[in-house]
Write a protein that binds this ligand. Structure first.
Ligand SMILES: Cc1ncc(COP(=O)(O)O)c(C=O)c1O
Length: 391
């Protein structure tokens, strides 16, 4: 059996330190906005190479709070990708703004910068790229468009903490980057957690106030905020894990490149590409030459297969973990029916949603597990082909 993700392995590796950190918080009794949250904010800011960080309740709130801090509201438009988790557009909706979708680059699953300009209107305020699966978006192109049109960029880095573009961490290009510490993320806690990183002092001050009921001084509230603070217990756990993140991300990359090699002779399986900083694809097999200037951190290793249902059935029967991130692009979700976008609106996102399949990926994944996964996938593809012929 190969799990899609194995959180227990990581916990057991760090059990002594994590248990001690949790005990210390329990005994210290400073459970809300205590010393661990403050220290983690400083550590993550330094780790990302930016000035400020603010711990919040989860990654969705991080996006919501940044958009609130930027003053977005009804009538404003935010350009983003339809191929992401719903949290991205939830945050846009929570401030009353409208998501405007732009199709993805099929090579990377990320927003296609070549199509962004056509979506800009006088109401556009923000471009919100999502570094999906841990792969950095083409930030040069996005920042250039934003600068020429006077737009702000907010980065959704929920899946990409540690990914770099031209040697610079994602989350530090735009006015703010939004992180999630959901348990299965590259840096995950034991519940919900999130963080905002920014170099902008005004955004920092505003989100810092909004996360604590809209007030700088206790019981003095300047505006309607919310209760969204990173938990002290989670911060203590994350402080144990953060020093390991670089190594874990590197291990994920190695696992991804191993998959690329093992799958090279399986033409039914389309492997994920990384982009060079000139926007071309790095030839598969040469990925390591592109890094670390441009470094994907493989939150997911996602391939495309044509006969996905049959392939999944076979993987299931062989006990190999797999998942679809995401089966329905956001423009086709009921929640966004009011946008009036039907099938065919964003062909690349729709094709990715029909064909994408994520394979087991976590830093502790062993070579044996990878070989088992690939040989199961080989069988699954053969089963898929024969089923299609029979059909
Ligand atoms: C791309 C993306 N954005 C935002 C989020 C929201 O993060 P959270 O679950 O911490 O609210 C997630 C988490 O799954 C995500 O994958």
């Amino acid at each position: 059996m190969v799990p899609l993700c194995d959180l227990k392995r990581q916990y057991l590796d760090l059990k002594t330190e994590i248990d001690a950190a949790m005990q210390a918080v329990a005994a210290g009794t400073q459970y809300i906005l205590g010393p661990n949250v403050k220290a983690l904010e400083q550590e993550v800011a330094a780790w990302c190479g930016c000035r400020h960080a603010v711990g919040v309740g989860n990654g969705t709130d991080a996006l919501h709070l940044v958009l609130r801090a930027l003053g977005l509201g009804p009538g404003d438009e935010v350009i983003t990708t339809p191929f992401t988790f719903v949290a991205t557009t939830e945050a846009i909706g929570m401030v009353g703004a409208k998501p405007v979708f732009v199709d993805i680059d099929p090579r990377t699953y990320n927003i296609d910068p070549n199509q962004v300009e056509a979506a800009i209107t006088p109401r556009t305020k923000v471009i919100l790229p999502v570094h999906l699966y841990g792969q950095p978006c083409d930030m040069d192109a996005i920042m250039d468009i934003a600068a020429r049109h006077g737009l702000l960029v907010v980065e959704d880095c929920a899946q990409a903490l540690g990914a770099a573009y031209r040697g610079r961490q994602v989350g530090t290009f735009g006015v703010a980057g939004c992180l999630s510490f959901f348990p299965s993320k590259n840096l995950g806690c034991f519940g919900d957690g999130g963080m905002i990183v920014t170099n902008d002092a005004k955004v920092y001050e505003r989100v810092e106030m909004l996360r604590r009921h809209g007030g700088r001084v206790k019981y003095h509230h300047e505006e309607l905020g919310l209760n969204s603070r990173l938990d002290e217990l989670q911060a203590a756990i994350l402080r144990v894990k953060l020093p390991h993140l670089k190594k874990w991300n590197e291990l994920r990359r190695q696992r991804a490149y191993a998959y690329n090699r093992l799958l090279a002779d399986l033409p039914q399986v389309m492997r994920p590409n990384e982009l060079t900083d000139r926007g071309a694809t790095i030839p598969l097999g040469d990925e390591a030459k592109g890094a670390p200037r441009l470094a994907a951190v493989y939150h997911q290793y996602t391939v495309q297969v044509e006969n996905r249902d049959a392939v999944m059935q076979s993987l299931q029967a062989q006990n190999v973990g797999h998942a679809i991130y995401y089966p329905v692009p956001l423009h086709l979700q009921k929640v966004h029916a009011n946008l009036g976008l039907g099938p065919g609106s964003f062909e690349c996102a729709e094709q990715a949603a029909r064909r994408c399949l994520s394979l087991p990926m976590f830093p502790e994944l062993t070579a044996e597990q990878q070989h088992a996964t690939v040989s199961a996938l080989r069988k699954a593809c053969a089963a898929g082909v024969s089923q299609r012929r029979a059909g």
